[in-house]
Design a binder for this molecule. Structure first.
Ligand code: M6R
Length: 608
């Protein structure tokens, strides 16, 4: 949600900032802006729309300047207009800031500053911060930022510059990620490693309530209370090739096709074939506490919540530990009953989702053991949980989550398997699951090879305005996920339901114009799903069924079928979800939608 970049060094800052913003555009893309120091002034351009539009606007100018900051926005306070775009300036245009997060007490601060004569030109909360820093500024930017931030309530990742101090950028964070990239005689800043990796893999992750004063050759970090911080640099866990499209037209398609490899990466070194179990280094030392828990609460949002539902089935099945799945956004506000006997498992691709983070904090406050399952290394949820497991799926740039989902389900399977083997799961059962996991990447390749069938179907789907997705058991969350993918990127109104629930309401919607996507693989509920298909056909619905290879029964009932190879029941979601990802993708492409940057969405939702 919003992206921040900064540069200080010997090179011209502008192209570095523009390129960095392009790398972060997936985090927010309704407006953008750049400020470059040109003492005694600060040069600035901003505009509504995509970075490419900003780039076009400034192409002819190419301002000289080796210190600058930039921002790409996902609007929270104020419409996505030029005025509301960052950077924001103080009255005298001598201080500029870019900000991610929300200043909760901005209204009170704004009244106070207006009474002091400050003039505001935007509707944003961020502009207040620029004026507040100006209010305290007496020639020392770091001191003014510290005093200002100590008056602020809310979350921030900020970069600030002052016209009078061209040799420094001040950075600060609370609840919004900020990384410092260390180069040779140059320093980079970004809210996300993907904007840094082309320049350096040596990074320092800032922590909450820290402030950094950054020069071309020096980095000084102190807390907002002015205590010294020593933190060595770490290596970014990915490379430049991971953030390029690699010949695909969209990141989403690349990420769908990467899944056979990302599945392997999520399992790498984690399967113990001899012992028919899984080993997860991040949970070593915590297994006794987890299996001794009275219950496991899995909390997440969006796609990660769908993975959590599958996790519930897996863990209850293999380990017989009671599991509850909660929307993080609801969990945090409903005063949940939690005790030190509970374990909470937060699932988040980005590791920055505000609701999920708040749920973790709430559970920790009440004494629960908190575990995290994140993709982004060093993310806030990964750092704030007591222990956890990384997905190792590599950077996910497409706003619609795909490879992170399958890696989440794999890691949940490994957790369930390890817990199960510690409890009641037999070695024989364990070995069956380990073998099935081993066969997954090849089977996934087989599903992907069937892409043309899905492409043809997408052409027909694209003319519809609504769709219903149905599944049962392990594939009920897949129906939810298929519908979410479809609505996110194609804007077709799609709803996911447990198939048997259809007759309790949604059946009223079915007529010959209603596409109904059913997951109908051979599993213990197969016969029941056949009846659900009959019910749809009796009302002339258009049935697209995802079926097991060689199926003949559904073939006679459904209008269209997509085959997936057979695999043990609990792993079927990992194969059935893939055609649904592809169906959403090709439908959106057919409709001419911007697949990687769907309207109104942002990759990481760091606000409530
Ligand atoms: O980063 P997280 O996994 O915490 O994100 C949760 C949701 O915001 C995310 O899954 C969202 O639903 C995606 N756009 C789904 O494609």
């Amino acid at each position: 949600m919003c992206g921040i970049v900064g540069y200080i060094g010997k090179r011209n800052a502008l192209p570095i900032l523009i390129n960095g913003l392009k790398r972060l555009e997936y985090r927010g893309y309704d407006s953008s802006g750049i400020a470059v120091l040109q003492p005694p002034d600060i040069w600035m351009r901003k505009r509504q729309g995509k970075i490419s539009q900003l780039e076009l606007e400034i192409e002819a100018e190419n301002p000289a300047g080796t210190t600058g900051i930039g921002h790409t926005r996902w609007a929270t306070h104020g419409a996505p207009t030029r005025e509301n775009a960052h950077p924001h300036f103080s009255c005298g245009n001598k201080i500029a800031i870019v900000h991610n997060g929300i200043i909760e007490n901005y209204s009170m601060l704004k009244d106070e500053l207006m009474a002091e004569g400050h003039l505001f030109i935007s509707q944003t909360d961020t502009e207040v911060l620029a004026h507040l820093i100006e209010y305290y500024y007496t020639g020392d930017l770091a001191a003014a930022v510290r005093t200002a931030l100590n008056r602020v309530e809310g979350t921030f990742g900020i970069l600030a510059v002052a016209a009078e101090e061209p040799d420094c950028i001040v950075a600060a964070r609370r609840g919004s990620p900020l990384l410092i990239g260390i180069g040779d005689d140059e320093t980079f800043m970004a809210s996300d490693g993907s904007a840094l990796v082309e320049h350096t893999r040596k990074v320092i992750y800032m922590e909450d309530d820290e402030m950094a004063v950054l020069g071309a050759e020096n980095v000084t970090i102190r807390t907002l209370q002015d205590a010294h911080v020593h933190r060595p640099a770490e290596e970014l866990p990915f490379r430049t090739s991971d953030i390029r499209k690699g010949g695909y037209p969209h990141f989403m398609l690349k990420e769908i096709f990467e899944q056979p490899d990302t599945m392997v990466d999520s399992m790498r070194g984690r399967l113990l074939i001899e012992e028919a179990t899984a080993k997860l280094g991040g949970l070593e030392g915590f297994w006794d506490a987890i299996r001794g828990s009275s219950r496991l609460i899995i909390t997440a949002c969006g796609t990660s919540w769908h993975a959590a539902l599958i996790g519930e089935y897996l863990i209850e099945n293999f380990a017989k530990i009671p599991v509850e799945v909660e929307y993080a956004s609801e969990f945090r506000y409903r005063d949940p009953i939690i005790s030190s006997k509970d374990t909470i498992l937060a699932i988040s691709q980005s590791g920055e989702t505000a609701d999920t983070l708040a749920a973790v904090r709430e559970a920790k406050r009440k004494g629960a053991l908190a575990l995290g399952l994140c993709n982004v290394v060093g993310s806030t949820i990964a750092r704030e949980t007591d222990a956890g497991v990384y997905l190792h799926a590599g950077p996910e740039i497409g706003v619609a989550s795909t490879k992170a989902f399958t890696s989440q389900v794999i890691v949940l399977t490994l957790i369930a398997l390890a817990l199960g083997r510690m409890k009641q799961l037999s070695a024989e059962e364990g070995a069956r699951i380990v073998n099935a996991l081993g066969s997954l990447p090849d089977l996934t390749r087989k599903v992907l090879a069937n892409v043309d069938v899905v492409k043809a179907l997408a052409k027909k789907m694209a003319v519809h305005n609504h769709a219903l997705y149905l599944g049962r058991g392990f594939n009920y969350p897949v129906a939810l996920e298929g519908a979410l993918k479809m609505k996110e990127i194609s804007y077709i109104h799609a709803e996911g339901y447990p198939a048997a629930e259809m007759k309790h309401g949604p059946i009223a919607l079915i007529d010959r114009k209603m596409p109904v996507v059913l997951v109908a693989v051979r599993d213990p509920v197969y016969e029941k799903v056949l009846s659900n298909i009959e019910e749809v056909k009796a009302r002339e619905g258009w049935v697209i069924a995802v079926v097991s290879e060689g199926d003949t029964m559904v073939k006679h009932l459904a209008d269209e079928i997509i085959e997936v190879p057979a695999i043990t029941q609990c792993l079927t979601p990992l194969l059935t979800v893939i055609p649904l990802q592809l169906l959403a993708y090709y439908t959106a492409v057919e409709k001419g939608c911007n697949v990687d940057q769907p309207r109104n969405l942002a990759k990481s939702v760091t606000v409530e």
